[in-house]
Design a protein. Structure first.
Length: 232
């Protein structure tokens, strides 16, 4: 089957799964931003999802997307290295015009996976997983306030989000190109659309963790007048 046997097929699978994961991240960021303005609103969303069947189905689906995306990335990387053979060691200069993200997509992907593992430990394992085990899930707002009051967690999350920005900005337009929606005229346009969308996505996540860190650590109470959820 060409999805397994050709590099184009592997790239197509990576593109589709990658774009699906970007859609989920957009939803997740929007949900997190609710915690800035309404603590009760965020608690309602967490309770609405919880361990309900649709949330479990969504979690399983997301896990499958992540596994497929990572496996295909590893498979494609190993295939490309094998195809190049010893030629990859003969290159001493970086190709002109090749971006940092393009050269380091797999490494950036590993950082993203490690950051995801940390995030699952801090939140999913204490909420949905606990509820699946019959226990009482942790309060979403309290978990955000506790996690982002620790400078080391904030630092690790910022590194993770930085790697995610590089990974997604390159991955977005690369996926569009692989699917065939890009041409000479739209190549640059899709690239800028990707930069704008991914930057807004990452800024949403950064805004939540930095706001809670400043409020909890430095007691910047004026933030509560801007974001009502912080003070609740």
């Amino acid at each position: 089957m060409w999805l397994f046997n050709s590099s184009v097929g592997k790239k197509l699978v990576m593109s589709i799964t990658g774009l699906a994961l970007i859609l989920f991240l957009t939803f997740h960021m929007s949900m997190n931003c609710v915690a800035l303005f309404s603590a009760e609103g965020y608690r309602f969303i967490c309770e609405f999802l919880g361990a309900n069947w649709y949330a479990i189905v969504g979690t399983i689906g997301l896990a499958l997307l992540m596994v497929i995306h990572f496996v295909y990335a590893l498979w494609l990387t190993l295939t490309n290295q094998k195809a190049r053979g010893n030629q990859r060691y003969a290159v001493t200069a970086r190709p002109k015009g090749v971006e940092f993200a393009s050269r380091n997509m797999f490494v950036l992907g590993l950082i993203v996976v490690l950051g995801l593992t940390l995030h699952l430990f801090n939140f999913w394992a204490k909420m949905q997983l606990v509820e699946l085990g019959g226990g009482v899930p942790g309060d979403g707002v309290d978990l955000i306030r506790f996690t982002f009051s620790k400078w080391y967690f904030v630092l690790l999350y910022l590194v993770w989000l930085g790697a995610l920005w590089f990974h997604l900005t390159h991955g977005f337009w690369s996926a569009i190109q692989t699917i065939g929606w890009s041409n000479t005229k739209w190549f640059v346009r899709w690239k800028w659309i990707g930069y704008i969308c991914v930057t807004l996505l990452i800024l949403g996540f950064v805004g939540v963790l930095v706001s809670y860190f400043c409020y909890e650590t430095f007691h910047w109470t004026f933030l509560s007048s801007l974001f009502g959820g912080l003070a609740q």
